[in-house]
Write a protein that binds this ligand. Sequence first.
Ligand code: DC
Length: 248
Amino acid sequence: MNADESSLRSPGSAGRVIVAIDGPAGAGKSTIARRLARRFGLLNLETGAMYRAFALKALRAGIALDAIADLAKLADETHIRLEASGDENRVLLDGEDVTALIRDQSVTDAASRVSVFPAIRAWMVRLQQEMGAAGGVVMEGRDIGTVVFPRAEVKIFLDAAPEVRGMRRFDQLGPRPALQPDDVIRDLRARDERDRNRADSPLKAAPDAVLLDSTDMTLEEVVKAAEEIVSARLAELAASHETRIDRA
Ligand code: DC
């Protein structure tokens, strides 16, 4: 852990718990994860950024996004790190800060394509498990509560109607977007389709996840609901801990 990471954990924080946030693109996972991390003194780890960084490397290397043998070889030669920077993540690809580059639409699409391959997923999952092993993290992605940390203390599955998620994404594109809202919604549906239907760890809610549908909610309402879910679970954990101590 580096100094940035430890400074994100405040006294009286949620300690070593793991909060898993999963859901489709544009559901608001990143914002919610960031706010939860701040509120509960946890380290925020955004796993989508890791798939994006690898996709960027594949694009740069000119590797076809369905050439699994070449992609697996590339993965063997790749170092990806997430570093805490404030309550955001800096993404390092072989030591290069690619944080700004991985938000490009071409990388977004490529990340969804390379993430279907089991060899790539197994590598990413291993890295993510190492990063979260000590606990005290909010980890956000598609398979955190199902595959990466199936025993996470708190699991939230964040969802919203595709049109609403698409419009949120469109609004983030800035004042002169190159795309129309319909294009953004179409891309998002295509990504949803791939993420939900891939054979290896498809996007789905863990059976014990709390579902939070933000279609008709404001951001602040979603943050409040997510904070309440975490607080309630922490209280439950504290109570069961006390019960165990009483019985000892
Ligand atoms: O969350 P995001 O949009 O930055 O993720 C980019 C892509 O990475 C997404 O289309 C699916 C993939 N991904 C994944 O398969 N598993 C994760 N835990 C996180 C992201």
